[in-house]
Write a protein that binds this ligand. Structure first.
Ligand SMILES: Nc1ncnc2c1ncn2[C@@H]1O[C@H](COP(=O)(O)OP(=O)(O)OP(=O)(O)O)[C@@H](O)[C@H]1O
Ligand SMILES: [Mg+2]
Length: 241
């Protein structure tokens, strides 16, 4: 299945609710939300060891699920300044995003963009070319995250990968929790372990691993039959009330 095309096919709701993938992501967000209630965590970074492992896709879906919770204003923040993707997934302009706010001393309130979900706002990576290391080590960036915490209950950060650049290590100082994406059948175990070691002091923030693309490795895992079975039971319960 081509995840990217969900956005294109059904822009009003972003993706089909009844797919096994959507169900898994909803479950994942329920877990995060429980931790949020216990620990008052707000800012969650989605990262992985290398490029193309599904970080942006998972961050986007998690943000959608989060925004669907009642009274849960959510922000999706594209912190992958080198390979920005969030604006493409949601059909937004790259301009007036993080790099622009930092460079041009703008108020963050002028930068978040609306989406079809009233509770979901997005800050894109921005079009100004700045060294991401300078951005993430600047006082203005720390201040920006501080301010965003006042406006949003949940902030999902789409981060760069850990191995090729140091950006993610710097970003990890600003977040409360880290979700580590592993692409089933692609991410070698030793590379994933090395990436987690590189997180150093922020290692304790790792909430868990998200195994992406399990379907291609374990085809029976996403068997629609099992999901349909569950739905049929729910329908039956509904009619016997
Ligand atoms: N489970 C999946 N099944 C099929 N395609 C997937 C899956 N997860 C991601 N993809 C596709 O793989 C490509 C890379 O995904 P994505 O951009 O989310 O990865 P990324 O880790 O953010 O990459 P980058 O490191 O470049 O930022 C996209 O085309 C996306 O649609
Ligand atoms: Mg990405």
């Amino acid at each position: 299945m081509d995840w990217g095309s969900f956005y294109m096919r059904k822009r009003s709701t972003y993706y089909y609710d009844d797919t096994p993938e959507a169900t898994e992501l909803r479950r994942l967000f329920h877990k995060i939300h429980r931790l949020q209630l216990e620990k008052k965590d707000q800012v969650f970074m989605v990262t992985s060891s290398n490029t193309g492992e599904g970080k942006s896709t998972i961050a986007a879906y998690l943000a959608i699920e989060s925004a669907r919770y009642p009274n849960n204003p959510t922000l999706l923040l594209d912190c992958d300044l080198r390979r920005p993707m969030v604006h493409k997934l949601f059909g937004l302009k790259l301009q007036n995003g993080i790099a622009d706010v930092i460079e041009e001393h703008k108020d963050i309130g002028t930068a978040w963009k609306d989406t079809k979900l009233p509770n979901l706002k997005i800050v894109t990576a921005g079009a100004v070319h700045r060294n991401p290391v300078d951005v993430f080590t600047s006082k203005r960036f720390t201040q920006m995250i501080y301010n965003l915490r006042l406006y949003f209950k949940t902030i999902i950060v789409d981060a760069p990968p850990i191995i090729p650049v140091t950006d993610t290590l710097l970003l990890s100082n600003e977040v409360d929790g880290i979700l580590f994406v592993v692409m089933a059948g692609k991410t070698p175990k030793r590379v994933a372990i090395r990436a987690m070691e590189l997180l150093q002091d922020s290692k304790k923030k790792i909430m868990g691993a998200v195994i992406n693309n399990l379907k291609s490795v374990l085809p029976y895992y996403y068997d629609y039959q099992y999901y349909n079975y569950k739905y049929i039971n729910e329908d039956a319960l509904e009619t016997t009330k």
